[in-house]
Design a protein around this ligand. Structure first.
Ligand code: AHG
Ligand code: MN
Ligand code: MN
Ligand code: MN
Length: 337
C-alpha cells in the first residue's frame, strides 16, 4: 500500500499564537504576537550560533565577569546582545532584564512598547564547551496601566507574568511556551526556519520516577532536602527507588521533567543561603510553565510565583515538577517547621 502524502496542515508557532490572538477578539492588539515573533527569531539566531560554535570560535570565555560573579562565555555575551537588539527593535518592550546585564534596560521612547522581558540568554553555560544541551529562558510582564516602564514593572510576583517560555538547544531546538492558557512545545524545522507545533498541551504526569538535583551539594543541604532525597533513594520495602538525572542546564532538566515527570530541585542550602537560581529569569518562567502544565513549583515553604522580588538578580531555592512528588518535599519542610 502507498503511504499518504505529507500533511499540509503545519501549525507553526506564529500561526498558533495568531490563532490565540484571533480567539481573544478585536480588543487584542497583536502586540504580544509581534513580541513573541521577535523572541522566536532570537532563538533561531542563537540556535544557529550554538550549532556552529565549535566551528566559528564561539566556545570558551569572553573575558568578563557578570554581576553575579560568573565568568561570561562568548555565547553568553553573544546571546545577550542578540536578545537586547531584537527586543529593542521590536518596538514592543519597555524594560529588559538580563542575567548578563548589571542593571535593567529602560527602552528609549522611540522604541518603547508596553511589555517587559526578563531573560536568561544562555542557560547552562558550563555545558557549552562539551556540546551538551543549553537554552534560553524568558518571562514577559505587561507594564502596569499607569507606568511608562520602570524597574517596578518587573519587581512583581511571577503570577503576574502574561507569558513565559524557554528554548532548548538540544538534538533539536525546542521552544516551549505558555501565554497563561496551557503549555505548548514547538520544534524548529531548520529547512523551513519555523517552529512547528509538536507537543500540544503539555501536562506533567502527576508522579514521576526521576529526581534531578546536584547532589554534590549534599554536604550543605538542609535536613528537609536530605530527608526527601533519602526517601526517594531508600523507599519502603516493595517500592522502587527513583532514577537520578542531572544535566546541569536548568532548561534541559526542566524540559525532561515536564515531559517525563519527576522532580527538579536546586534548594537553598548552608552555602548558597538564598539558593543559586535567579528568581526573575530562571525560577519564575519555569514555575509559570510548571503550574500551567499541572505541576507545582515551591521553595519548600512558599509558592514560587507568589514571591515579590526586591531586586532584579534576586535568587531563590526551588523545587518543581510532578504534583505528588513536590507535595512530598513540602511535607518534609512542614515536619521540620
Ligand atoms: P547559567 O548558565 O544561566 O548561569 O545557569 C546555570 C544554572 C542552571 O542552568 C543550572 O540548573 C544550574 O546553574 C547548575 O548549577 P550547578 O553547576 O551548581 O549544578
Ligand atoms: Mn550564568
Ligand atoms: Mn541559567
Ligand atoms: Mn545564563
Amino acid at each position: 500500500t502507498e503511504l499518504a502524502p505529507p500533511s499540509t496542515e503545519i501549525i507553526t508557532l506564529t500561526r498558533h499564537v495568531l490563532a490565540e490572538q484571533i480567539h481573544l477578539g478585536p480588543a487584542a492588539s497583536g502586540d504580544l504576537t509581534l513580541l513573541l515573533n521577535a523572541i522566536q527569531l532570537t532563538s533561531k539566531f542563537i540556535a544557529t550560533n550554538v550549532r556552529r560554535a565549535r566551528l566559528i570560535n564561539l566556545v570558551g570565555l569572553a573575558g568578563d565577569t557578570n554581576v553575579q560573579g560568573e565568568e561570561q562565555k562568548k555565547l553568553d555575551v553573544l546571546s545577550n546582545d542578540i536578545m537586547v537588539n531584537a527586543l529593542r527593535a521590536s518596538g514592543k518592550t519597555a524594560v529588559l532584564v538580563s542575567e548578563e546585564l548589571d542593571e535593567a534596560i529602560i527602552i528609549e521612547d522611540r522604541y518603547k512598547g508596553k511589555y517587559c522581558v526578563v531573560f536568561d540568554p544562555l542557560d547552562g553555560s558550563s555545558n557549552i564547551d562539551a556540546g551538551v544541551n543549553i537554552g534560553t529562558i524568558f518571562g514577559i510582564y505587561q507594564i502596569r496601566p499607569d507606568s511608562q516602564g520602570t524597574i517596578a514593572d518587573v519587581l512583581r510576583p511571577g503570577s503576574e507574568m502574561v507569558a513565559a517560555g524557554y528554548t532548548m538547544y538540544g538534538s533539536s531546538a525546542n521552544l516551549v511556551l505558555s501565554t497563561g492558557n496551557g503549555v505548548n512545545g514547538y520544534t524548529l524545522d531548520t529547512a523551513l526556519g519555523e517552529f512547528v507545533l509538536t507537543h500540544p498541551d503539555i501536562k506533567i504526569p502527576p508522579r514521576g520516577k526521576i529526581y534531578s538535583f546536584n547532589e554534590g551539594n549534599s554536604l550543605y543541604f538542609h535536613p528537609p532536602t536530605v530527608n526527601y532525597l533519602n526517601s526517594v533513594k531508600f523507599p519502603p520495602a516493595g517500592k522502587t527507588p527513583y532514577s537520578a538525572r542531572y544535566i546541569g542546564s536548568m532548561v534541559a532538566d526542566v524540559h525532561r521533567t515536564l515531559l517525563y515527570g519527576g522532580i527538579f530541585g536546586y534548594p537553598d542550602d548552608k552555602k548558597s543561603k538564598q539558593g543559586k537560581l535567579r528568581l526573575l529569569y530562571e525560577a519564575f518562567p519555569m514555575a509559570f510553565l510548571t503550574e500551567q502544565a499541572g505541576g507545582i513549583a515551591t521553595t519548600g515553604t512558599k509558592r514560587i510565583l507568589d514571591i515579590v522580588p526586591t531586586k532584579v538578580h534576586e535568587r531563590t531555592g526551588i523545587y518543581l515538577g510532578s504534583k505528588d512528588d513536590v507535595q512530598e518535599v513540602i511535607k518534609f519542610y512542614e515536619a521540620e517547621a
